[in-house]
Design a protein around this ligand. Sequence first.
Ligand code: UD1
Ligand code: CA
Length: 431
Amino acid sequence: MSNISIVILAAGKGSRMKSPKAKVLHTISGKPMLYHIIKASKEISDDISVVVAHQKEAVIEQMSLYFDDINFIVQDAENFPGTGGAMKNIAPKNEKVLVLNGDMPLITADALKGFLEIEADIIMSIFELENPDGYGRVIIEDEQVVRIVEQKDASEYELGVTSVNAGIYAFSKSVLEKYIPQLSNENAQQEYYLTDVISMAKADGCNITPLVVNEECFKGINSKLDLAHAEEIMQDKIKSAWMNAGVIMQLPSTIYIEEGVVFEGECIVENGCRFTGNTHIKESHIKAGSVIENSTVINSDVGPMAHLRPLSHITDTHIGNFVEVKQSKLIGVKAGHLSYIGDSEVDEGTNIGAGVITCNYDGIKKYKTVIGKNVFIGSDSQLIAPLIIEDDVMIAAGTTLPSGKIEKGSLAINREKLRTIKDFYYKFFGK
Ligand code: UD1
Ligand code: CA
């Protein structure tokens, strides 16, 4: 671990997102933006502070689901708005302080390590953009950074500058202690800009070193369009890593895989599939258009167009088209077509016919269905939970099974005798 403290600015409203949700809580690959930044930060530092204000309870609550050692610092956003105001109450432990905007979810620990290798009073990240819209412009004279101008304060000439502030800085603690209290809010947004520290420090002869960084990792998210672009970049990374680890993907651009999903062994994923939560897929074939949410699939085939909802565990099983499974455990089962299997346990050798439905909900509570080994459930049967079907049972097609228990080895059938009325069709239509 390095001797660097990290401060992540996550207190802003993010008005350009046009959303009731705090910007840093918008998700990319299934996790809030801020999660991705903290995760990268933790790889290089164990002193991490996150500055919060707007929707601070929600931000703290969500981050606490993932991390238990973050210092949350509350910004006085009313009296001291802006990225400089956000730095007022920080108390970093180390002499070097890395400051990150909270809207850069593509940042990696490797990219942050670049800031550890340079000695300077201030290191600031810069990239060149053909279209610098939205970013602070970095004014460089004689190869020295002299100041940063925010877009809203920029002159015509400054707007044409294509070197922009990427939004990550390493400061020595003494620079922050000296200049943060001196910031003013005399600018277009009437905010305290952290970026003004640069020109103040420059005037006092501090050493300010620019670090040219890769635009992709340092992309700031200000709008929902930026969010969608960042999602594409992160998805590319996630899928490339899994393909390099041995997963076969057909048309990977149509596949969505969240951070936290794990593949093991040789898996095949066809086009249009979606994997979320802590899904684990091992030695399995997931066919086109299937959705797998927070579930485990081992040595099985699923789909096309199947939906495994959270907490399903499927082993040695065939799940066919238009089958929905929820919070169920299936081992050695065949469910080939058009079924709903919810809150169930189904054991080896059991065949679930087309259109079988577990009726797990009575409008108030959910109930379990337990199905034993080698059970044959005829098509279009309804199984009303709570229900136990013991081993070696046959359920005739079209049976409605009431709650209770079907004993081992039985046949269950509740079909009415078929009636046919000869020539009824011709009489009815008068033909
Ligand atoms: C900022 C920089 C700009 C840079 C860009 C890079 C300033 C003044 N400008 O602009 O030079 O090119 O990032 O992406 O710093 N925040 C707070 N408290 C506040 C306001 C913002 O914590 O009062 C946080 C936000 O939650 C956000 C981060 O600071 O995570 C950056 O704020 P944002 O408003 O997005 O700054 P930009 O206008 O993008
Ligand atoms: Ca931003």
